[in-house]
Design a protein around this ligand. Structure first.
Ligand SMILES: [Zn+2]
Length: 171
């Protein structure tokens, strides 16, 4: 049985070592001669790696790193048969990567909490568990009386009905 680390790891390897995935079409297409297209392939490999490191940094939260997220997604979508899994796991991870890349780019303007909470939400599609992992980013806090997750702005808990202490100041 192939582990989820294998799919996640080989996907990252493809992503960096198979430059046509993102850049080569544009870069290599500019010049058809063999020598300079080798250089273009090399450069686009570097660019892919830089992009991956960027996404990795923007999405890794203390509670859930980019790598752990890829492994969780791979593990959840593995079928019993490795040959069948191999057909769809890379396109699936690539779509996940593109979504993470999109949120990472937005996080340049929105701040790192934005891309980290989006990554947690992508890996764990239930807002409840996302809030439990990263409450502040999801706009949630835990009720001190009944320990349910409620919105940060709440002044009355919707689960136990108690008045809540005023919100701590934002920083
Ligand atoms: Zn409560």
């Amino acid at each position: 049985m192939i582990g989820s680390w294998f799919y996640a790891g080989s996907f990252l390897l493809f992503l960096v070592c198979f430059p046509p995935l993102i850049f080569a079409g544009a870069v290599a297409g500019a010049d058809a001669s063999a020598a300079s297209s080798n250089t273009a392939l090399f450069l686009s490999g570097i660019a892919n790696l830089a992009l991956l490191i960027f996404v990795w940094n923007r999405c890794s939260a203390p509670e859930l790193s980019f790598w752990d997220g890829l492994r969780i997604i791979s593990g959840r979508n593995m079928s019993g048969c490795a040959n069948i899994t191999l057909i769809y796991i890379y396109p699936l991870l690539f779509v996940v990567y593109l979504i993470a890349l999109f949120h990472s780019l937005l996080s340049i303007f929105q701040g790192g909490d934005y891309s980290r909470s989006k990554w947690i939400g992508l890996v764990i599609p239930s807002s409840r568990s996302a809030a439990a992992l990263h409450p502040a980013a999801a706009g949630m806090k835990k009720c001190p009386y009944c320990a349910e997750m409620i919105r940060s702005e709440a002044i009355v808990c919707r689960f136990c009905g108690r008045d809540l202490p005023p919100m701590e100041s934002h920083h």
